[in-house]
Write a protein that binds this ligand. Structure first.
Ligand code: NAD
Ligand code: ZN
Length: 367
């Protein structure tokens, strides 16, 4: 299956299916000016999936070298960026050569950013190996690293030439990481596609059990949804903000838990989406039934969906609101919210009564 991201002369294809890493050489070969690639991965993915990629490159006569960086968010740093650019230049990577990101969003974001600055821009391809990176970070061309001031504060728009989303890679992914990506899948249904959300309700168990056809469908639908939004608004001047559904709340919760293992990104987004629907219902935009249905689906998937699902202490409502204000999406000190008129009908507003927001966050148990 294939999704095209329609961005004019920067358009590219996302292939989705099994066996893509094992056949990567054949997909990559047409993009190469000389038969040479540099692979960037992390220690974990390098152990699990690099050998199959290298084998496929060998079979296609493509020369390759690889660097394995430490796994984890802290790799999205200036220090690792410098190490990576040094290595790529040392390997003699020139314009016309291809850099391959093999891994999750961390490797994709860092490698894409390095590719964007190396010799003022070299080509890169993504082989995303987490569900989150397959449905989210490999679509849209945002690349970057974290700085001491916060997440993703240094970066560039740099579109990949090709994305290979191999469903086989998900077989080794821990369930918690799978579910974190699944929260973003649910998000696409909630933003603009009620039928897809209902399909997810029916097919949740198949997806979790690893049914390949179901997983392909969910990934393709998600990539199509994000690709359509990105094609309409590549630089986030308007509709792209819809993709932040659940993220203003989610980001505050991640910050409140110190960006630690207590709450990973997708888990924060899950609670954030449930809160966004709860707030939408209380403000009279959507029905209480829809809000309950969203929360129940997330909970049934195994995701946290209430503030009380977070273990340990949390800041109070005002503390959380202050953390929401530190989100980089804040303009002139006004919070932007993504609310919904119903499942599949999200909209952007900057007009939310602070009192209602405080009341929502004061309860550790939204109805
Ligand atoms: P990640 O890259 O850290 O991967 C999560 C963990 O899973 C890592 O420990 C990794 O080694 C491991 N892993 C990866 N693939 C595996 C596999 N197939 N089997 C077993 N283990 C595997 O994190 P992520 O969740 O993929 O991505 C999160 C990052 O993505 C964040 O930095 C976030 O800012 C970024 N992001 C970027 C965009 C964008 O538009 N660029 C969008 C969303 C998120
Ligand atoms: Zn997200």
């Amino acid at each position: 299956k294939k999704v095209n991201v329609a961005l004019g002369d920067r358009a590219y294809d996302i292939f989705v299916g099994p066996g893509l890493i094992a056949n990567a050489g054949a997909y990559l070969k047409p993009l190469l000016r000389r038969n040479r690639v540099a692979i960037v991965t992390d220690e974990t993915v390098g152990k699990l999936h690099l050998p199959a990629l290298e084998k496929s490159l060998d079979a296609n006569g493509i020369r390759h070298s690889a660097i394995k960086l430490p796994a984890g968010e802290s790799t999205k740093s200036f220090a690792q960026l410098e190490k990576l650019t040094d290595w790529l230049l040392g390997e003699g990577i020139e314009r016309g050569d291809l850099v391959i990101a093999l891994g999750g969003g961390v490797i994709g974001d860092l490698t894409g950013f390095a590719a964007s600055i190396l010799r003022r821009g070299v080509d890169f391809a993504q082989i995303p190996t987490t569900l989150l990176s397959q449905v989210d970070s490999s679509v849209g061309g945002k690349t970057g690293i974290n700085t001491r001031q916060g997440k993703n504060l240094a970066g560039a728009f740099h579109q990949p030439r090709l994305v290979l989303a191999d469903t086989d890679a998900l077989a080794t992914l821990p369930m918690r990481e799978f579910l974190a990506g699944y929260a973003e899948v649910v998000k696409y249904g909630l933003i603009g596609d009620r039928d897809f959300f209902e399909w997810l309700e029916v097919n949740l168990d198949r997806l979790k059990e690893g049914d390949v056809e179901a997983r392909i469908h969910a990934i393709v639908k998600s990539c199509e949804a994000k690709a359509a939004i990105v094609a309409a608004d590549e630089r986030e001047g308007g509709v792209r903000a819809l993709l932040n559904l659940g993220h203003t709340f989610g980001h505050a919760l991640e910050a409140a838990t110190g960006f630690s293992n207590r709450l990973v990104h997708g888990e924060g987004v899950s609670i954030g989406m449930a809160l966004a629907f709860e707030l939408s219902a209380r403000l009279g935009f959507c029905t209480g039934q829809d809000a309950a249905r969203v929360r129940q689906h997330l909970a049934r998937a195994g995701l946290p969906s209430r503030l009380s699902d977070i273990e340990g202490p949390l800041p109070d409502a005002d503390g959380l609101i202050a953390l929401m204000g530190q989100d980089k999406k804040v303009v002139d000190g006004t919070l932007t919210f993504i609310l919904a008129r119903g499942i599949g009908d999200a909209f952007i507003t900057r007009d939310v009564d602070p009192g209602r927001l405080r009341a929502l966050l004061r309860e550790r148990e939204p109805a």
